[in-house]
Ligand binder design. Structure first.
Ligand code: BDP
Length: 678
């Protein structure tokens, strides 16, 4: 097998298993020539573990990309030095006198500049902290991996959001809730003594896109994770990850004082309970001095919580927050609650419960809210809690593991979906109050800003099951760093780093990725339909009307009958639109103006309702399902045409999954239309 790369040469393509993710450091093609002139010596100042990591990464990456090693640190500079350092550890960086600009990029940011030292043209990566320098290093390498010019750089970067975390739903028995890429990465039975090489690869991948922490266990939390035995295991991972800037967080079970501590209650207002959490926090910080904090799922889907004791979510969060505060730890309290007593409509419940608690949370609590009001559906409007809490930090939870989006069998790039969410205008303080700005504390000042991803890696060789699911891990990191980036830009850089710099192939793959989510929506749940599933959330089950709770069925949501379909959440219906600020609520409320992509989310329509296209609703639904399945087939054909440009192994593995996707998309179309047709 051969391929024309960007240099036009024919080079044989080695099979790859995907284990190197986007850090393959393949030849950047045509750009390599100028890079060889610009980067001739690597000079990393500092003696910490992090500076060692930077040094190793740069040497290995550049040798791999340019096909030759570059010189190591030497006294003085020669033309073509790449200098990496912080003012504390590098006299060269200090002498550049960039203090003002460095201050502006904060703890995690960096500057990358083409500059002159001792009359030599050099490139400098400067930061206030070594973690910042590591992020700058990965940025610089990304420029090279994607074939960008690096001769005249003047880059200043700082993350928009502080908390950028992986949320693993990993169980202590090695299974992963909603995991589709093999078993858990964490070998609990071997920890803390034996440290798998993958732990380091994992932290390196996270750091390469600016992810700065991980909650390593399921939100449906096993209390044992807080036991001394498991804390020592977590501490071993934390030690390994610290030099990569990846902090350890844990999901805590609210009933731990009872189930682990032997107390008779977990009532957050009970003195003994508060003391138990304090002692637990002290114990954790004794082992993990930079522990990030707790994530809590409380009074949701059977999990214990403060309401069990007649207390509020705020009282529950605060007892943990008080225990963590002396150590500067935080609580992420999930708003994924949907008590039936609160309102008949699941979509309305979290807003009703949480807005009334605004102002009652301790400063080190953030409320963690899923992107939409139901549950990671292929398409939801943004959750009305964004922009609604003026005094409480709200961080966003998105889901990279494709629970409702084809799991690891369908190619669905989520960058576009997350951008749709981040760009949604909440109008909380006038127009332009996008979710991205709310999250960054630019709408209401916020003590804590952040975004987390329920994430997808497991023990599969390629980490994420589907090679393209890696792009969702990648895109999450990039967007958490900068929610203003475009989905296309992220798809393009990921493609170049992961597959090829061949321009035609990049364009083809980026196009596939960019339309993939809309394609998925079209063949599964178009026009605002949602939750047409059951069982494991993979296959169509619109007939599903039996489950332990009504709001776990499909019929509860689509309400299809002879006279129409859709959930009436308008003012004249159940009023859910009122949870959005004007003019958003008017927009959603008005059937003429409501974006058709949300039509059946907010409106109940007759089957012969006239769509903007002139078709009836039924005709439009049919058209969507047919188009979706058709687009899936086109995606498969498009990929087929790249078989000489992508290595045979990865090409074949993706092709196999695309074949499944094509078959499944037709099944979705046929089953749904057959059911609604009746
Ligand atoms: C749903 C999942 C369930 C999770 C829950 C959650 O189906 O497995 O436990 O979300 O977020 O999407 O807590």
């Amino acid at each position: 097998m051969t391929a024309g790369d960007a240099t036009g040469s024919q080079t044989p393509l080695k099979d790859e298993d995907g284990s190197q993710l986007w850090l393959r450091y393949a030849s950047p093609g045509r750009a390599a020539k100028s890079y060889r002139r610009i980067v001739r010596q690597i000079h990393v100042d500092g003696s910490s573990a992090t500076s060692g990591i930077i040094r190793d990464e740069l040497h290995a990456a550049i040798a791999s990309m340019l096909g030759r090693a570059v010189l190591r640190n030497q006294n003085g500079f020669q033309a073509g030095a790449l200098l990496v350092g912080t003012p504390t550890h590098s006299a060269w960086v200090r002498d550049l006198n960039w203090m003002g600009d460095l201050r502006a990029v904060g703890d995690e940011g960096y500057l990358i500049r083409s500059s002159t030292i001792a009359n030599h043209r050099v490139t400098v990566i400067a930061a206030n902290t070594e973690t910042g320098a590591l992020y700058g290093t990965f940025h610089f390498l990304r420029l090279m991996q994607t074939g960008q010019p690096i001769g005249r750089l003047d880059i200043a970067e700082r993350p928009s959001l502080q908390v950028r975390l992986m949320n693993h739903w990993d169980n202590l028995n090695g299974t992963i809730e909603r995991g589709y890429a093999g078993r858990s990465l964490w070998q609990w039975n071997e920890l803390p003594e034996k440290l798998n090489a993958r732990y380091t690869d994992y932290a390196r991948a996270c750091a390469s896109v600016g992810i700065n922490g991980a909650v390593i266990n399921n939100v449906n939390a096993d209390v044992r994770v807080l036991s001394p035995e498991y804390l020592r295991k977590a501490a071993a991972l934390a030690d390994l990850w610290r030099p990569f800037g990846v902090r350890m967080y844990l999901s805590a079970n609210f009933a731990a004082p009872v189930r682990l501590g032997g107390l008779s209650t977990a009532d957050p207002l009970d003195r003994k309970v508060a003391d138990w959490w304090k002692a637990k926090a002290d114990e954790i910080y004794g082992l993990i001095p930079d522990f990030g904090g707790f994530l809590v799922k409380a009074n949701s889907e059977g999990q214990p919580g403060p309401k069990t004791y007649g207390r509020t979510h705020a009282q529950g969060a605060n007892v943990l927050a008080d225990a963590l505060a002396p150590h500067k730890g935080m609580v992420m309290w999930r708003a994924f609650v949907y008590d039936e007593d609160v309102d008949p409509d699941r979509a309305k419940r979290a807003y009703l419960e949480f807005t009334r608690l605004d102002g009652q949370f301790r400063p080190n609590v953030a409320v963690q809210v899923k992107n939409g009001p139901i549950d990671f559906q292929p398409r939801e409007p943004f959750h009305p809690l964004f922009g609604a809490m003026k005094q409480t930090p709200v961080i966003a939870e998105i889901q990279a593991t494709q629970e409702y989006l084809g799991q690891a069998k369908h190619l669905v790039y989520l960058g576009t979906m997350w951008k749709e969410f981040l760009d949604s205008d909440t109008c909380a303080e006038g127009r332009g109050s996008t979710v991205a700005k709310v999250l960054a504390g630019q709408v209401h000042p916020s003590r804590i800003t952040g975004m987390v991803s329920v994430t997808n890696p497991g023990l599969d060789a390629n980490w994420c099951g589907h090679h393209f699911s890696q792009s969702n891990w990648y895109a999450f990191g990039r967007l958490a760093w900068n929610p203003e980036l475009s989905a296309a830009e992220i798809a393009g850089e990921w493609t170049r780093m992961t597959f090829t710099n061949d321009e035609k192939a990049v364009a083809a793959i980026r196009d596939m990725m960019m339309s993939s989510r809309e394609t998925f929506v079209d063949y599964t749940m178009p026009l605002g339909l949602h939750h047409l599933i059951g069982g494991d959330h993979y296959a169509p089950m619109p007939w599903n009307d039996r489950a332990p709770r009504a709001d776990w069925t499909a019929t509860y949501y689509h309400q299809a009958s002879a006279d129409g379909i859709g959930f009436d959440r308008t003012r004249s219906g159940n009023g859910a639109v009122e949870q959005y600020r004007p003019p958003v609520c008017e927009l959603f409320d008005d059937i003429e103006r409501c974006p058709e992509k949300y039509l059946l989310w907010f409106h109940r329509c007759g089957w012969d309702y006239r769509m903007k296209s002139g078709r009836t609703l039924w005709e439009e639904l049919c058209a969507k399902y047919f188009a979706g399945a058709q687009q899936a087939a086109e995606m498969r054909d498009r990929w087929q045409s790249l078989h000489r440009i992508i290595d045979a192994r990865r090409h074949g593995e993706v092709a196999k999954r695309l074949a499944i996707q094509v078959a499944d998309s037709a099944a979705w179309r046929d089953r749904i239309l057959e059911y609604f047709g009746r």
